[in-house]
Design a protein around this ligand. Structure first.
Ligand code: SF4
Ligand code: SF4
Length: 135
């Protein structure tokens, strides 16, 4: 298994019970996602182009579902060790999250059928999907 420094190809053995301790700034607390209606029409994709034009907004498709991904840090994430400032009161979605296979194992933008980092990437997809996109 490779750690989050995979781009440097440094193999390390990471056990599930100590992974979070090694995860600088708790990667999973630095973004949130929102399920959206499946885009079908040119108008739908035009709206997505508007949304992804905003800073730190990504879009991806996981199975049949489409999501907005906002790369914004949670205000309860404490510096410098990435602890949760409201640990005892943290939302259920945080409690239910497992580190069995998480962002520490694979970057957010990998492993999905479709992932768009920016306007340019999504527009390229739109032009491919809709032959008359620019008309
Ligand atoms: S669940 Fe994964 S991403 Fe979140 S703090 Fe633990 S190792 Fe990091
Ligand atoms: S509430 Fe705590 S566990 Fe949940 S995202 Fe924020 S810092 Fe992370």
């Amino acid at each position: 298994m490779l750690d989050s420094t995979a781009s440097r190809n440094i193999p390390v053995t990471i056990a599930s019970d100590n992974k979070c301790g090694k995860c600088t700034n708790s990667l999973c607390c630095n973004y949130f996602t929102q399920l959206i209606e499946t885009p079908r029409s040119k108008y739908d994709f035009d709206c997505l182009l508007w949304q992804i034009s905003h800073q730190d907004v990504n879009i991806y498709k996981d199975g049949k579902e489409w999501y907005l991904l906002m790369r914004n840090k949670c205000e309860h994430l404490m510096e410098p060790h990435g602890m949760c400032g409201i640990y005892d009161r943290r939302p259920d979605i945080c409690r239910e999250y497992t580190n069995d296979f998480c962002e520490y194992d694979q970057p957010l933008d990998e492993g999905y059928e479709l992932y768009f980092n920016n306007y340019k990437e999504l527009r390229k997809y739109c032009k491919k999907r809709f032959k008359k996109w620019d008309r």
